[in-house]
Design a protein around this ligand. Structure first.
Ligand SMILES: Nc1ncnc2c1ncn2[C@@H]1O[C@H](COP(=O)(O)OP(=O)(O)OP(=O)(O)O)[C@@H](O)[C@H]1O
Ligand SMILES: O=P(O)(O)OC[C@H]1O[C@H](OP(=O)(O)OP(=O)(O)O)[C@H](O)[C@@H]1O
Length: 235
């Protein structure tokens, strides 16, 4: 069989993934028209490229429909329960770096830490009769983080994009989202809590622990790991 490698199908992550493999002697390229999701691999036999949205790669790895996949570790850890049992990180790739953070309105001068947020959340509930809302698409990661940090009096509201706008739009009081330059937060008058770093993320090459690897696939994987300079530590 062929070893299926899932990579992001567009944008920054796709280009940088192609460059990363290219530097290591494996040419990935899209074929066909600009809009056609077809691609090819040169430099190694037995590898098939599958173009996917970064957000779908975790699910495809777990389903075993791809053997390897490139995506942010934030998406893996958010979308997969017990992710370490489902996939194995083979190589951090050094791009797509972003932090998942918790931020509040900049004018909340008394709220600079999680402890302050906890107090503010309790006060908010007492005053308004409802819980403080935190907008995010990272439900699992935010819930686990706040539970570990002892913050309880809040409610998550789902936001699948433009999350920083939810405070201004009055659909949330605080947000948890990915940031890299911090510009979107600043432009929306939001401030990161001093201890509000939930997770550091970067694009990472993952191996599925659920996909079936036949003998040919295992040989191809060994060759690929050799070319990519990845140590073959035990599963
Ligand atoms: N501003 C940013 N800088 C760097 N990396 C980012 C930034 N924002 C998001 N990322 C990372 O990129 C990945 C998400 O990429 P992308 O937005 O292409 O995925 P997606 O939401 O699945 O795309 P699609 O729009 O196809 O559904 C995540 O791992 C995230 O951490
Ligand atoms: O810190 P910055 O450099 O300003 O980057 C942060 C922004 O980038 C991402 O959004 P993206 O453009 O990927 O779109 P999204 O809102 O749909 O996730 C993220 O959700 C932030 O909104």
């Amino acid at each position: 069989m062929t070893l299926k490698l899932g990579v992001p199908s567009k944008g920054r992550l796709m280009e940088k993934t192609f460059q990363w493999f290219g530097k290591r002697g494996i040419a990935l390229r899209r074929t066909g028209s600009e809009r056609e999701y077809a691609a090819e691999v040169e430099g190694i036999d037995g590898v098939e490229l599958v173009l996917l949205s970064a957000g779908e790669i975790p699910r495809e790895l777990v389903a075993g429909r791809i053997h390897l996949g490139v995506t942010g570790n934030d998406l893996i850890e958010e979308k997969l329960a017990n992710w370490e049992q489902q996939v194995k990180p083979l190589a951090p790739m050094g791009f797509g770096e972003a932090n998942l953070i918790l931020a509040v309105p900049a004018f909340w001068v008394d709220v600079t830490t999680l402890e302050d947020l906890d107090a503010a959340a309790r006060a908010f509930r007492a005053t308004h009769g409802r819980r403080l809302r935190i907008a995010t698409k990272y439900h699992r990661l935010v819930r686990d983080f706040l539970q570990a940090e002892g913050v309880a009096d809040y409610r998550l509201v789902d936001s699948q994009g433009a999350t920083e706008g939810t405070v201004k739009n009055e659909t949330a009081e605080a947000i948890a989202d990915i940031t890299s330059t911090g510009e979107t937060l600043r432009a929306n008058h939001l401030r990161i809590l001093e201890d509000g770093l939930i997770l550091r993320s970067q694009a990472t090459l993952f191996k599925s622990r659920r996909a079936a690897f036949d003998e040919t696939d295992r040989a191809t994987l060994a060759q690929l790991q050799e070319m990519l300079g990845i140590d073959r530590a035990p599963r």
